[in-house]
Design a binder for this molecule. Structure first.
Ligand code: ADP
Ligand code: MG
Length: 467
């Protein structure tokens, strides 16, 4: 049975003497977890690997990670890896973009290295994924990080001819990444055996269930030996996901990153919603910036890289603005962040993805120049201000194109005792909303590719994932 809720942290071993923690900057396990909002349900949970060196991964894997330019494991990786390497089942709940893919892939690689399976008799690692786009992204990650370990990986998804997929299977593969529908088809054709699968991953479990894949998943799991390790990665933890986790996982450790009840906005943040036409936004933004003391840290969110660059250019002379987004090199990002942190350029213009995971203190104002793809991201964005007891301020420009979020946004505002502007109520009554409560609703998100709004280098954002 998977516990529903946070029962407490039961770490095995002491954090002192754990080399990795020192490598990660001398942090204790407790402060690392607090800082990264890691909560755990389970007994004798090993402490997180706060640095790559402390993972003990083979050198070829460490080299790949280094050449990707990753500074350190993400929190979900740091905490999932030691648990997965113990061979335990795991439920990992973390937002999109938090690095879940390598969270399960790298321990899967270790599993593979230890196994003596013949790839021609079927895969050892099986990853189920809701969409073709996600499956191919996972495969790309597996190929990139598994290259020097000589790991073979293929992708099975619908909407493409079966021939090449069957040929890959026949050639022999270590890792199969599949959408449940296509894998079932191939199983029914008896062209693949899952008898060797020892490491089963359900990625984006919540979305797979939303998309109605539960029967297919259950059928597939019947073909996988009961003696296996099962890992479930999900962005949310609704009842249906808890149920299937309880059925398919054995005594899992649950790792949670971030706010569990994420739709509750911090009441210390004053939220201003301003219904504006697109052409009014820039003038209003300048007003807001002028009304703040010089040097106050301000983050402006917009939805495209182009808009990011453009705003930063316009604002840099007067306000010291700089842009950060997925097209910037790691060096540029580091530089921009440093300038922001130290207050040299106190205004940061960012896309969601680039700003994700940034832990910057004393941000005074968040401006949503463009409304995000959903209220989850909204709450996440404004949560960057009002930290640690300080009060914060959030301005959000809301336009006609955002009408569908109006009623969800009202719920968030009301939940935090904020004023709801009458224009917003009007928009809601004109048919905006219930998006969040019809998750991955009609917005075309689920099998949409990455649209022009996409900030590259990341998986799709949750909800409308053209982001
Ligand atoms: P999720 O599955 O949680 O949505 P992904 O696994 O798709 O997230 O990872 C998001 C992005 O972060 C990818 O581009 C990935 O290469 C990158 N990434 C993964 N691990 C790290 C890391 N340790 N440091 C920096 N970036 C990382
Ligand atoms: Mg993912």
């Amino acid at each position: 049975n998977v516990p529903n809720g946070i029962l407490g942290v039961g770490y095995g071993g002491s954090s002192r003497g754990h080399g990795g923690l020192d490598a990660g900057g001398g942090l204790s396990t407790e402060s690392y977890c607090r800082r990264h909002e890691i909560t755990i349900v389970g007994d004798n949970v090993p402490p997180p690997y706060t640095s790559f060196e402390s993972t003990g991964f083979p050198s070829e894997i460490l080299r790949e990670v280094q050449s990707a330019g990753f500074p350190s494991p993400t929190p979900i990786q740091a905490q999932s890896w030691p648990i997965a390497l113990q061979g335990r089942d795991i439920v990992a709940i973390a937002k999109t973009g938090s690095g879940k893919t390598l969270g399960y892939l790298l321990p899967g690689f270790i599993h593979l290295k230890r196994s003596r399976n013949n790839p021609q008799l079927g895969p050892t690692v099986l990853v189920l994924s809701p969409t073709r786009e996600l499956a191919t992204q996972i495969q790309a990650e597996a190929v990139k990080f598994g290259k020097s370990s000589r790991i073979s990986c293929t992708c099975l998804y619908g909407g493409a001819p079966k021939g090449p997929q069957l040929r890959d299977i026949d050639r022999g593969i270590d890792i199969v990444v599949a959408t449940p529908g296509r894998l079932n088809d191939i199983l029914e054709m008896r062209r693949i055996s899952l008898q060797q699968v020892a490491y089963l991953v359900l990625d984006e479990a919540d979305r797979m269930l939303d998309m109605g894949f539960e029967p297919q998943i259950r059928k597939i799991v019947k073909e996988v030996p009961a003696r296996r390790q099962t890992l479930m990665f999900t962005a949310t933890w609704p009842k249906e996901v808890r149920k299937i986790a309880a059925d398919l996982l054995v005594n899992p450790v649950q790792v949670n990153i971030g706010n569990v009840d994420e739709l509750v906005a911090n009441k210390a943040i004053t939220q201003h919603i301003e219904v504006l036409a697109p052409m009014e936004k820039h003038r209003r933004l300048e007003q807001i910036l002028r009304s703040e003391d010089a040097g106050s840290k301000i983050i402006i969110f917009c939805s495209t890289k182009k808009m990011c660059d453009q705003l930063a250019r316009n604002l840099t002379r007067q306000f010291g603005a700089a842009a950060i987004h997925g097209d910037k090199s790691q060096g540029e990002r580091d530089h921009v962040l440093n300038q922001f942190r130290t207050g040299k350029s106190p205004v940061l213009v960012a896309t969601d993805v680039a700003a994700r995971g940034l832990d910057i203190k004393d941000i005074r104002v968040v401006v949503n120049y463009d409304f995000p793809t959903g209220v989850e991201d909204y709450v996440h964005r404004i949560g960057r201000t009002g930290r640690a007891g300080a009060t914060g301020l959030a301005y959000t420009f809301f336009g006609d194109q955002d009408t569908k979020h109006a009623s969800d946004l009202i719920k968030v505002l009301e939940g935090a005792n904020q004023r709801v502007p009458p224009e917003l109520r009007d928009m809601a009554s004109r048919g905006g909303g219930m998006n969040r409560f019809r998750r991955w609703g009609s917005s075309g998100g689920r099998d949409g590719g990455r649209g022009g709004r996409s900030d590259s280098g990341y998986g799709g954002g949750r909800g409308g994932w053209g982001f």
